[in-house]
Design a protein around this ligand. Structure first.
Ligand SMILES: [Zn+2]
Length: 247
């Protein structure tokens, strides 16, 4: 059975002499593995579109339990994100995170634009990679069912406070009156950092990265998002461990 999908190549490994086994995040089928015969060869029609981070269209053939790639057409190569080790490491982490969180064999149309825009900005170097990483991470976690409750202080209902704290284990926020100093495991959030977290979880995906944050507020946003990811992910992601040595 033939199927046309749009997707992003999350991973591509060489098999045999010249073949590639690609893990692709697709709109219609979620995360799939697709075998691209001969795609390691530069002259092969699928050589360009089967590299990691490429956004493109893929014409798949489904046979028994696996897919093979017939034709492909790239739209965004995202080559620029390889120019810098931090941006590359963020992109690799987002690929691994998507593999962990996105569904397999069922539509994942909401996940795709999160990664597509992240790679676009990382490639163009027009946003702080910390902002991209934290916003994408929170959004992917939320899409997969781990949506933190950021509306108000879980104890008193305050919407805003000069000092709020994020509690990764319970995915709640608490104000300084209810959890002085953040209580156990609480991470401080400035008003800016909390606004960024709310935006990352709830905004229109087309505007997911359309905000600015810097200094201590960006650090707080980054740390809170990462702490949440670490508390929810069942296994240790090697790409996150590597990224933590850089940032
Ligand atoms: Zn409170």
């Amino acid at each position: 059975m033939h199927q046309k999908v749009e997707g992003i190549v999350l991973n591509a490994v060489t098999t045999g002499d010249n073949d590639r086994l690609c893990t692709i995040l697709t709109d219609k089928l979620g995360v799939i593995a697709a075998y691209a015969k001969g795609a390691r060869n530069m002259k092969n029609k699928n050589f360009t579109a089967t590299a990691q981070f490429v956004y493109g269209r893929f014409d798949l053939f489904h046979h028994r339990s696996y897919y093979t790639l017939d034709e492909s057409e790239y739209e965004e190569l995202n080559l620029g994100l390889r120019d810098d080790i931090v941006r590359l490491a963020v992109a690799q982490y987002l690929c691994q995170l998507a593999m962990e969180l996105a569904p397999e064999g069922e539509p994942a149309g909401e996940y795709l634009p999160v990664l597509r825009a992240a790679f676009y900005y990382l490639s163009g170097d027009t946003r702080d990679p910390k902002l991209i990483k934290a916003a994408a991470e929170l959004r992917l976690l939320s899409l997969s069912g781990y949506m933190p409750d950021l509306v108000m202080c879980a104890s008193c209902g305050a919407y805003e406070h000069d000092r709020m704290y994020f509690l990764p284990a319970t995915a709640q926020i608490k104000c300084d009156n209810c959890a002085p100093g953040g209580g156990k495991g609480g991470l401080p959030l400035s008003r800016g950092a909390l606004t960024a977290m709310r935006h990352a979880v709830l905004s229109d995906v087309r505007k997911l990265y359309a905000f600015s944050l810097s200094g201590e507020s960006l650090e707080q946003f980054y740390r809170a998002s990462e702490a949440f990811a670490l508390s929810k992910l069942e296994k240790r992601l090697t790409t996150l461990a590597f990224l933590r040595t850089l940032l």
